[in-house]
Design a protein around this ligand. Sequence first.
Ligand code: SF4
Length: 209
Amino acid sequence: MNNNIAADVVKAFYEEYQPLECALEYGGDAFKLLIMAILSAQCTDRQVNAVSAELFRRFPDARSIAESEPGELEKYIYSTGFYNTKAKSIRSCCRTLIDEFGGSVPFEMSDLLKLGGVGRKVANLIRGDIFGLGGIVADTHMIRISNRLGLVNSKNPYIVEKTLSPLIPLELQSGFCHRTVVFGREICRAKKPKCGECFLKARGICGGI
Ligand code: SF4
């Protein structure tokens, strides 16, 4: 049953939305996506994009961050919120990148999870968008929408990821996740979802709430 719903949702998303890339403007650079994904916690993608040009001009790689003066990184990321915590995570992340991975971003889940500030959500984003390995990014939109569609019955990101992963073809997972974010922002919003305008309702996939 859930297999059928998931297939219908994926089909609808791919028919309704043009190819979508990550809202974070990282220019195909794994290091930039990693840092920007850490910064996006509790912050809009737009604000992360706004600070990124200056940030990466000053800090083009992991070493430049790891060796920066205390307090300098914070000035560049201040406007993304929780900047002290984020700076600490990013420094730790960059130090591990240098010490264990030659300054490059790894692709194994277990290696990504060694990096400061990186949980499964960020790791799946990196694996999917950079390495083409797929991965369900269980962010707030994915959790909310998959529950509303009856695909999942849990708010736990790990359970959401593990439940959805076998239902979505690996090669479509990244595109599916990006489309889910747009769908969640435009139609299936947290408050007052636009069920009357929803193409999933029009297709008989969801009855609405
Ligand atoms: S019908 Fe409503 S609840 Fe269902 S997917 Fe569409 S917007 Fe979300």
